[in-house]
Design a protein around this ligand. Structure first.
Ligand SMILES: [Zn+2]
Length: 818
C-alpha cells in the first residue's frame, strides 16, 4: 500500500477496472431486481458544469448503493443535442451546428468519464442522430393518423431575436427565456400535439404519484388547471349569434353586468373591421405577451363594442367589451363579468365605470361592503329572484339546470392546459415528416422513407430559416400522386426529443422499431433526478409521451418515473453560477487538482441534496484532507496486519462493545439515508464521527484486530458509493480479492446495537434446551417474547403448548409445557 493517497493513480486504476470488466454494462437477463436510475441528460454546451456534477454525483451514489444491494442496475447517459445554442455558436464560430455539437459531446464525455460515473456507455445516444429522431418522426405520424397531431393557425409568442416561436413557459416577464428580447405576438400556421386529450389522465394520476415531491405534483396540477363549471350562451340583440362563455361561478349569473371578449375572439375581430379604434386596440394587444403570468399583472384595458348581449335568465341587456385580461385559449375566450364577486372584473368595472351588482350576501362576521372590493367567496344569494336564499353551490346547480331547459347552457369542464405547439422555425432540430402537395394537401412521409434527415452538406449561415433555402431538401415528389411537392421546413421543438429518451435507453440498439419489450422490463424508471426547473414542461411532456407510446402499443406502463428527486442548485457567492456574473467554477480545474473523489465528496457533504449548495474552495480542501486522512487510517490498520477472521468473539470488553455499537449504529443510519432520504451530508458526517471514535481505539489483542478490520471494511464499503475510486484501492489494501464495486452492502448486526447484554439459560420442563442473549435491562415481556422466538425452543415446543414461563432474573428461563 502506498504511503500517501495519490488521486491520479487511484482514479486511473479504478476506472480501468470498471472499463475492462464492463462493470456498468447491463442487460435484462442479469440477476436481481431491476433498478433504473436516470439523471436528466445534459445539453452538450461544451463543458460539464457544477450543476451536472451535483446531479450526476447524487445519481451515481444511489446507483452504486443499489448495485451493492444485488440489484440489476441501469444508469445510462446521452445528449440532448438539438437546440438553439448550437446554431448561435455555429454562426459565431463560423462552423456547422452538427460539428460544434459532436465536438462538445466528445469533450463532455471525457469529463464525465474522468468523474468515474457508472454509466452504461453502450447505450449512449445523441438526439441529433437520425437513428434516434427517426423514431420520433415515426411516432408523430402515428399521432397524425390518430388525429392527435394537427395543424392550425395560431397566435404565438415570437422571439424577434432568436426568430422562433416560444412556448408560454419560455416567456419570462414578457421576454424570451434565452434571448431576453421583448416577445411579440404573431399568427402563424403550426403543428400541435393534442396533450389536452390526456389532461384528465395526467391530472388524475398525480394523486397516486407519491414518489414525486409534493411541490412538483402541485405545480403540475395547477398547470393542467382543471375547472368544473358551466358554459352559458348569451343571445345578441339583432342577431342569430350567441356569445358562449365559460364560468366556474354560474351562481353569480344575476350579478353579470357586462360581457368581456378576448382580443382575438371572432366577434372582436369582426368589430375591428368596422371600427378603427377597436382595430387599433387589437393591434396594441398583439404587442403584449400571451404568457399568463403577465396577464395577471398587466394593467387592465378594454374597449366597448356596439354589440349588446342578453342575460338568458334575467333578460338584462349587457354591454360587450373587448378586454386585454381575457385569454382566448382558456374556456371559450369570453366571460360573463361579475364585478361584485371577481377581482379582475372589479378592477375593470371600476376603471370604466361599469355597474357593480352584489348578489352574494356578506356573512355576519365580515363588516365589509362591496365598495371596499369584490366579495370572491361563495355564500348565500341575494338579488337573484327565485334563487335568493340558496347557497352558491345549490344555486349554481339549479341555475345550470334551468339554463339547460332553456337550451342556454350546460355543465362543462375547462382546462388551463393547452395543446403543445411543436413547430419551430429553426434549422437545428428534427425535421417534421410532412409533405405539402397542391393536389393532395397534407401528405405524411411514408414510414419507409424515414428518417427525413436534416441536411448538413451546405455552408451554414445566420439565415434563421435555413431549410427554406435548400431546394435539394424541400423539393420532393408527392408520395401520393407523384407531382412536385414540398417538404415541411419547420423542425420539432427540442422538448420532443427529451420526452422519450428515457425509454429509448432500454433498447438503444433496436433498429427495427422505436421500442421493444425491454422497455417493459426497465420502465417505469425507479428514480429520475434533475432540477426543479423541469417540474412542469419536460416532466409533463414526458408523462404525455409515455401515455401516447402506451396507446400506440409500444409499451405497457402508465407513467415513466416512479420516483422523482429534484436536487438543489450550486451557488457561488450566494447566486447561481453564470458566465454573465463571472462566478463560474469549472469542475475540470478541481478534477485536475484534487481528483474526482474530492469533488464528489465536497458536493455530497456540503448540503442536503435537495437544497442549494454554496461553493467553497476551503470546503473542497477539507474534503481532500479527509480522503488523505482516511488513507492513513486504513494504512495504519493494514500495517498492524490484515485479519481474515470474520467471526467476532463472544466475550468482548466494554471498549470493544462500544466501538462495535458505534459502527453498527452508523451503518444503520447510513443505510436508511442511502435507501430513502438521500441525506448524503448526514451519511458522511456520521462516518467521520465513527472514524473519530475509531482513532481512540488501541489495537492490543487479536480481538481488537478483528474489530478494527470490521470497522475499516465497513467504513470503506459505506463510502464506496460516494468516493468510489479511493474505495476501490483501499478495499484491495484491506486484503479483499473481489472488487468493491461487486461487493454487497454490509448488514447491521442488531446484537451489536444492544447496550449491555446478559446470557440466560433456557429450559423446557427443567431440561436445558438453548441460551438467550438479551439486554441486561430486558423486562419480563421482552424475555418471554424473545425466548419463544428461538428456533431451538420452537422446535421443542412443536405439538406442545406453554403452560407458564418461570424467570430467574439474570440467570434462567424455564418453560413449563403441557
Ligand atoms: Zn399529391
Amino acid at each position: 500500500m502506498d504511503l500517501q493517497y495519490d488521486a491520479k493513480k487511484v482514479e486511473k486504476l479504478a476506472q480501468e477496472y470498471w472499463n475492462q470488466h464492463k462493470t456498468f454494462e447491463v442487460d435484462e437477463n442479469n440477476p436481481g431486481d431491476k433498478f433504473y436510475c436516470l439523471c436528466m441528460f445534459p445539453y452538450p454546451s461544451g463543458n460539464i458544469h457544477m450543476g451536472h456534477v451535483r446531479n450526476y454525483s447524487i445519481g451515481d451514489a444511489i446507483v452504486r448503493y443499489q448495485k451493492m444491494l444485488g440489484k440489476n442496475v441501469l444508469q445510462p447517459m446521452g445528449w440532448d443535442a438539438f437546440g438553439l445554442p448550437a446554431e448561435n455558436a455555429a454562426i459565431k464560430n463560423k462552423t456547422h451546428p452538427a460539428k460544434w455539437t459532436y465536438k462538445n459531446i466528445a469533450n463532455m464525455k471525457k469529463q464525465l468519464q474522468a468523474m468515474g460515473y457508472g454509466y452504461d456507455w453502450s447505450r449512449e445516444l445523441a438526439t441529433c442522430d437520425p437513428n434516434y429522431y427517426k423514431w420520433e418522426q415515426w411516432l408523430f405520424l402515428r399521432l397524425y393518423e390518430k388525429g392527435l397531431a394537427y395543424k392550425k393557425n395560431s397566435v404565438v409568442n415570437w422571439d424577434p431575436v432568436d426568430k422562433t416561436v416560444l412556448a408560454n413557459e419560455q416567456v419570462i416577464n414578457g421576454r424570451g427565456w434565452r434571448s431576453d428580447a421583448l416577445v411579440e405576438k404573431k399568427e402563424i400556421s403550426q403543428w400541435f400535439l393534442k396533450i389536452t386529450e390526456y389532461a384528465d389522465e395526467l391530472l388524475a394520476e398525480l394523486d397516486g404519484m407519491t414518489g414525486w415531491p409534493e411541490q412538483v405534483r402541485t405545480m403540475q396540477k395547477n398547470w393542467i388547471g382543471k375547472s368544473t363549471g358551466a358554459k352559458i350562451n348569451f343571445g345578441i340583440v339583432n342577431s342569430q349569434n350567441t356569445i358562449e362563455v365559460f364560468t366556474t361561478r354560474a351562481d353569480t349569473l344575476f350579478g353579470c353586468t357586462y360581457i368581456a371578449l378576448a382580443p382575438d375572439h371572432e366577434f372582436a375581430k369582426q368589430a375591428a373591421k368596422q371600427d378603427n379604434k377597436i382595430n387599433a386596440f387589437l393591434e396594441k394587444c398583439k404587442l403584449s405577451s400571451t404568457a399568463e403570468a403577465d396577464f395577471s399583472t398587466a394593467e387592465k384595458e378594454g374597449i366597448e363594442t356596439n354589440i349588446k348581449a342578453v342575460n338568458p335568465l334575467t333578460g338584462d341587456l349587457l354591454p360587450v367589451w373587448i378586454a386585454n385580461y381575457i385569454l382566448s385559449s382558456y374556456g371559450t375566450g369570453a366571460i360573463m363579468a361579475v364585478p361584485a364577486h371577481d377581482e379582475r372584473d372589479y378592477q375593470f368595472a371600476k376603471k370604466y365605470n361599469l355597474p357593480i351588482k352584489q348578489i352574494i350576501e356578506y356573512s355576519n362576521e365580515t363588516q365589509m361592503s362591496i365598495k371596499d372590493g369584490p366579495l370572491t367567496n361563495r355564500g348565500v344569494l341575494i338579488n337573484s329572484s327565485k334563487y335568493n336564499g340558496l347557497t352558491s353551490e345549490i344555486a349554481a346547480q339549479e341555475i345550470v339546470n334551468d339554463l339547460k331547459i332553456l337550451g342556454s347552457g350546460s355543465k362543462s369542464i375547462s382546462y388551463r392546459l393547452r395543446d403543445w405547439g411543436v413547430s419551430r422555425q429553426r434549422y437545428w432540430g428534427a425535421p417534421i415528416p410532412i409533405i405539402y402537395c397542391h393536389n393532395c394537401d397534407i401528405v405524411p412521409v411514408p414510414d419507409k422513407d424515414l428518417p427525413v434527415v436534416l441536411p448538413d452538406n451546405f455552408e451554414f449561415s445566420d439565415n434563421p430559416k435555413v431549410l427554406e433555402t435548400l431546394p435539394e431538401f424541400y423539393n420532393v415528389k408527392c408520395p401520393k400522386c407523384g407531382n412536385d411537392a414540398v417538404r415541411e421546413t419547420d423542425t420539432f421543438d427540442t422538448f420532443f426529443e427529451s420526452s422519450w429518451y428515457y425509454a429509448r435507453f432500454a433498447c438503444r440498439d433496436q433498429e427495427n422499431s422505436m421500442l421493444d419489450k425491454r422497455v417493459d422490463y426497465w420502465a417505469p424508471i425507479d428514480l429520475y433526478i434533475g432540477g426543479i426547473e423541469h417540474a412542469i414542461l419536460h416532466l409533463l411532456y414526458a408523462r404525455f409521451f409515455h401515455k401516447i407510446m402506451r396507446d400506440v402499443g409500444i409499451l405497457k406502463s402508465n407513467e415513466p418515473f416512479a420516483r422523482l428527486f429534484t436536487q438543489g442548485m450550486v451557488l457561488k457567492d450566494g447566486s447561481k453560477m453564470s458566465k454573465s456574473k463571472g462566478n463560474v467554477v469549472d469542475p475540470q480545474d478541481y478534477i485536475d487538482k484534487y481528483g474526482s473523489d474530492t469533488l464528489r465528496l465536497f458536493i455530497m457533504f456540503s448540503a442536503p441534496p435537495e437544497l442549494s449548495l454554496e461553493w467553497s474552495d476551503t470546503g473542497v480542501e477539507a474534503a481532500h484532507r479527509f480522503i488523505k486522512k482516511l488513507w492513513l487510517i486504513v494504512k495504519k490498520h493494514v500495517d498492524c496486519g490484515i485479519v481474515t477472521e470474520k467471526n467476532i468473539p463472544g466475550n468482548l470488553n466494554s471498549i470493544q462493545m462500544d466501538l462495535r455499537r458505534k459502527l453498527h449504529e452508523t451503518l444503520a443510519k447510513v443505510t436508511d439515508n442511502m435507501e430513502s432520504r438521500f441525506a448524503f451530508n448526514t451519511v458522511i458526517a456520521a462516518i467521520m464521527e465513527l472514524l473519530n471514535a475509531y482513532n481512540k481505539f488501541n489495537i492490543q489483542s487479536q480481538t481488537d484486530k478483528i474489530i478494527s478490520q470490521e470497522v475499516m471494511d465497513t467504513v470503506v464499503l459505506m463510502l464506496s458509493p460516494i468516493i468510489p475510486h479511493v474505495s476501490h484501492t483501499l478495499w484491495q489494501s484491506l486484503g479483499h480479492k473481489k472488487a468493491i464495486v461487486n461487493e454487497l452492502w454490509p448488514t447491521v448486526d442488531k446484537k451489536a446495537l444492544l447496550k449491555e447484554t446478559m446470557e440466560m439459560s433456557v429450559q423446557i420442563d427443567g431440561k436445558l434446551r438453548a441460551s438467550l442473549e438479551v439486554p441486561s435491562n430486558a423486562d419480563r415481556n421482552t424475555i418471554e417474547t424473545e425466548v419463544l422466538l428461538l428456533e431451538k425452543i420452537k422446535k421443542h415446543l412443536t405439538n406442545k403448548s406453554v403452560k407458564k414461563i418461570i424467570i430467574v432474573p439474570g440467570k434462567l428461563v424455564n418453560i413449563v409445557s403441557v
